[in-house]
Design a protein around this ligand. Structure first.
Ligand code: AHM
Ligand code: MG
Length: 351
């Protein structure tokens, strides 16, 4: 059995994408785009993997802060460049928005296509120096407004406005999303709107290969993943819910385990595979939560829904929110459908 299995040709991501393009004639460009992203993820995986020996750990420039008021890591900056370049030369891009860029950027005219990609190139980078998991998150929209300058006299402002509007689309309009986790193995988890599929990097051949197709999140889990140190800063509804899980007075009458890496990609990946609930709610300090709607919450919500799960702010479905600004933050609660439903009930009672 083992011999037979090892001789079968596994489905590589490249082969999967070619098959998608063969079956859907209008997906050709999307396939080119995802190919660009998979190349960038391989490159970032390699950079992250040898960061300790190539002096890539630590800060980019001490005392220099990004748009979020945080000091960027060397690998934050590098990963952003790698992804930007891969997208640019895919020839399919119109606009990109990144956690590491102050404003959305229009891709050079010669390479202009129709897609808008929002991304966080290296999420959880505070974990890097300890060798803990990090990840890349991305979402793809269709361009809504042309950013091209047809008339040289047209003001630069209207071009910038079009760029911005393209990136402020509700998650419901995503046509693809994914994340890549850099951990004990590198996995690209992807949806083109047709279910959620996981591809693991086979480092010997340098290809992502399909390791889980049509992933379904368990209906209910027994793990909760919240930053517990914020407990006394949370709303009463969140506190009540977490206390039920700790005491075992919740609907399933079982005490939940706590797991929290502090790296969104790792915490969401585990939640999708094992079930349960992940949350970064609002608290007294972060009154809108911490995570960014455009390139963290919305793509993750899209992927969790593709696996049969749910994602909410506690008040609204994440995918229904129209962002007002590119770096807007929102509370994010996601996971197994029964767990998220129970959260909404308990949270709703306290409002
Ligand atoms: P980053 O984009 O600066 O890396 O921050 C996002 C990270 C997420 O990966 C993670 O879920 C969260 O911040 C953890 O925050 P905290 O340390 O407050 O629990
Ligand atoms: Mg991030």
């Amino acid at each position: 059995d083992y011999l037979q299995k090892s001789q079968e040709t596994p489905t590589s991501l490249t082969r999967y994408l070619l098959e998608v393009a063969r079956q859907n004639k209008d997906m050709g460009d999307m396939v080119g785009l995802i190919n660009g992203i998979q190349f960038a993820c391989k490159k970032i995986a390699s950079l992250v993997g040898k960061a300790g020996v190539t002096d890539l750990m630590g800060l980019y420039q001490q005392g220099v802060f990004n748009v979020h008021g945080e000091e960027q890591k060397k690998l934050d900056v590098l990963s952003n460049e790698v992804l930007k370049n891969a997208l640019k030369y895919s020839g399919k891009m119109a606009v990109i928005a990144s956690e590491e860029e102050d404003v959305p950027i229009m891709i050079e005219e010669s390479y202009t296509g129709n897609y808008v990609v929002v991304f966080d190139p290296l999420d959880g980078s505070s974990n890097l120096d300890a060798g803990l998991p990090t990840g890349t998150i991305f979402g793809v929209f269709q361009q809504q407004f042309s950013c091209l300058v047809h008339d040289y006299e047209e003001s630069i402002n209207s071009m910038e406005l079009a760029c911005l509007q393209n990136t402020l689309q509700p998650g419901r309009r995503l046509i693809a999303a994914g994340y890549c986790i850099y951990s004990s193995s590198t996995m690209l988890v992807l949806s083109l709107g047709n279910g959620l599929h996981c591809f693991t990097l086979d480092t010997e051949v340098g290809e992502f290969v399909l390791t889980r197709a049509n992933i379904q999140i368990p209906q209910r889990g027994n793990i909760y993943s919240f930053n517990d140190s914020n407990f006394y800063q949370w709303d009463k509804g969140v506190q009540d819910y977490i206390e039920r899980l700790r005491k075992g007075t919740n609907q399933s009458r079982s005490r939940y385990s706590a797991r929290y890496v502090g790296s969104l990609v790792a915490d969401v990946h585990r939640t999708i595979l094992y079930g349960g609930i992940f949350g970064y709610p609002a608290d007294k300090k972060n009154t809108c939560g911490k995570l960014r709607l455009v390139y963290e919450c919305a793509p993750m919500a899209y992927l969790v829904e593709q696996a049969g799960g749910k994602a909410t702010t506690g008040m609204e479905n994440i995918l229904d929110l129209t962002p007002k600004s590119i770096h807007e933050r929102q509370p994010l609660i996601l996971g197994s459908p029964e767990d998220v439903e129970e959260f909404l009930q308990v949270y709703g009672m306290s409002r």
